[in-house]
Structures are given as structure tokens and as C-alpha cells.
Design a protein around this ligand. Structure first.
Ligand code: BEZ
Ligand code: FE
Length: 312
């Protein structure tokens, strides 16, 4: 005689977690992800879903607006390739990159603030001696003599600290954007002396626009925003036993410090670019006019680690 199979017990439809209002969608989605084993992923996704759902409830997009938003995100991906990262650019012009950099770089104990790595950092910059010049071409531009000291938060000079620099040219182009510049022009790696002092010669950089030929450029135009960054020099400053500092120093005479398209200008990162009209350079015996910039860096104890170059 056939034994009777146990039947799956079914809850009545009225007791099932089904959708009956807007809030229920959020609760059901969060519940569906609650078994995620990785605790950080579980927390991040629960919060992300909650905020995105709240955002949609606030702006109440039409179906067409929702499709447009999804298409914008798809176009960010489509515009991303070996020499352009449109996703990172979007994060930059929305202030997301600067917010994360600011959260992760406290200025406690006099630490130098961090700033965006940016999309133009490249590996294998030429190695130079202190005092050398990072300019490899004879393009016009006023010389800039940069010097300073690298210290720890307790004031100890960091002998031999690594100081890596990269910058745009006097016409606002990085070497990899400009076929006229030699490879790795205006880039260099230096080591501070036994007292933590570094110095090098370069040429005064110009401000420049971020790429505007993709969806981010269209957004900036819609927002009536200019696409420029103020003139700056990028620095990576590192020493064993100290948290590597990725930062930028901005020219104090730029008139767009407050409207940097990436919101990257921390008050303490504005450097005095002094124009010298007479006399000779502090080293190298160069005649005026030239610029000088003195800028010190302070590192906190921690892990020395180097960022991954976003381009080749
Ligand atoms: C840069 O400073 O190199 C940069 C940062 C964000 C977007 C574009 C360029
Ligand atoms: Fe830059």
C-alpha cells in the first residue's frame, strides 16, 4: 500500500513576505541579502540598498528618468578604457573621491592632508638626485624650484624619504596626453637627504580641464560647471614604518581654487608659488624670473604602501 508523501507546508499568501507597499520592497530586498557570509559585504550592501531606495523614494523618478539614469551608468562603463577611466572621473566630479580621501586622511597631529591620486599617475618615473630637474624638453615655461622637509608627526626628520612627483606641463597636459613631450616628462622620484630635506627643479604647471568628451563632460555642461583643475603638483611621500601620503600642492595664485572640478583643494594644500623677479635661483644658478615653492610634509606612523597606477 502506497505511503502518503509529506506535503510541503505552505504559508497562506497573506503571511508571505510579498510586496504590498513601497517600504516592503526595501525590507524584502534587505532580507534577501541577509544571509551574505562576508560581514563587511553584508553591511555595505544593506546600507547601499537602504540609501538607494530612500533616494528613489525622495526623487520619485518616472520610468523614462530611471532608464536614463541606468543608461548614464552604462555609458560611464562604455567610455572607460586603457587611457580613460570615466567611472573614476564621475566619482571625482561628484566629490566622492575627495570625500573618501578626506575621511581616510585625518590631519590629526599635524599630518599633511591627502588628495586624489588622479588618473595620470604612472609607474616607472625616472629616478633623480635632489636638485635635479624633471623637465626633459625645452618647451617654454618659467622654472619652479621646489623644496621642503619630510617629518614624522613627532617632528623627527625622515631621512631618505621617497618623494615622487608628477605634474602637467605649462600648457596643462601630462606627458601621456601630449605627443610633443618625452615619455615620463615632468615626473620623478627623489629621496630626501639625512635631514629629511628634498629639492628639485621643474617648470610651473598650468591648470587643465578633466576629459569632457564623455558622459561626465555632458553632465558638467548641464550643470554649468567649468571642467578645470587649478595648477597643482602631485606628490607621493613615503618612508618605511609610515603611512604613505598621496597628495597634491596647489598654486596659491590660481583663481579657481574654490571651484576645482574635483573639489580636491584642501586649505592646507595651497602652496606659496613665489615669483622671483631678480637674482639667481636658490640652486643651479638660474637667472630670474623664476618661481619657488617651499612645502613640508608630515607623515603618521603606519604602513608604507604604494598606489596602483591607473594607467600604463
Ligand atoms: C588629476 O589631478 O590628475 C586629476 C584628478 C581627477 C580627474 C582628472 C585629473
Ligand atoms: Fe593632476
Amino acid at each position: 500500500m502506497a505511503t502518503e508523501q509529506p506535503q510541503p507546508t505552505r504559508k497562506p499568501v497573506s503571511a508571505l513576505a510579498l510586496i504590498d507597499n513601497e517600504e516592503a520592497v526595501t525590507e524584502i530586498v534587505r532580507a534577501a541579502m541577509a544571509q551574505t557570509e562576508n560581514p563587511r559585504l553584508r553591511t555595505v550592501m544593506a546600507s547601499l540598498v537602504q540609501h538607494l531606495h530612500d533616494f528613489l523614494r525622495e526623487i520619485r523618478p518616472s520610468d523614462e528618468e530611471f532608464e536614463f539614469g541606468l543608461d548614464f551608468i552604462a555609458r560611464l562603463g562604455q567610455a572607460t578604457h586603457a587611457t580613460n577611466n570615466e567611472v573614476v572621473l564621475a566619482a571625482d566630479v561628484l566629490g566622492l573621491s575627495t570625500l573618501v580621501t578626506t575621511m581616510n586622511n585625518s590631519t590629526k597631529d599635524g599630518r599633511t592632508p591627502g588628495a586624489l591620486l588622479g588618473p595620470f599617475y604612472r609607474a616607472n618615473a625616472p629616478r633623480y638626485q635632489c636638485g635635479d630637474c624633471v623637465v626633459q624638453d625645452d618647451a617654454p615655461g618659467l622654472p619652479l624650484f621646489v623644496s621642503g622637509k619630510v617629518r614624522a608627526t613627532d617632528g623627527t626628520p625622515l631621512a631618505g624619504a621617497l618623494v615622487e612627483v608628477w605634474q602637467a606641463s605649462p600648457v596643462g597636459l601630462y606627458d601621456n596626453q601630449d605627443p610633443k613631450q618625452p615619455d615620463r616628462n615632468l615626473r620623478g622620484v627623489f629621496h630626501a637627504d639625512a635631514d629629511g630635506n628634498y629639492h628639485f627643479r621643474t617648470v610651473r604647471p598650468a591648470g587643465y580641464p578633466v576629459p569632457t568628451n564623455g558622459p561626465v563632460g555632458k553632465l558638467l555642461a548641464e550643470q554649468n560647471r567649468h571642467p578645470y583643475r587649478p595648477a597643482h603638483i602631485h606628490f607621493i611621500v613615503a618612508a618605511p614604518g609610515y603611512r604613505t601620503l598621496v597628495t597634491q600642492v596647489f598654486a596659491d595664485d590660481s583663481d579657481i581654487l574654490e571651484t576645482d572640478v574635483t573639489f580636491g583643494v584642501h586649505r592646507q594644500l595651497v602652496g606659496a608659488f613665489q615669483r622671483i623677479e631678480a637674482g639667481r635661483s636658490p640652486w643651479g644658478d638660474h637667472p630670474a624670473p623664476f618661481y619657488t615653492l617651499a612645502f613640508d610634509f608630515t607623515l603618521e606612523p603606519g604602513k608604507q604602501a604604494f598606489p596602483k597606477p591607473p594607467i600604463d
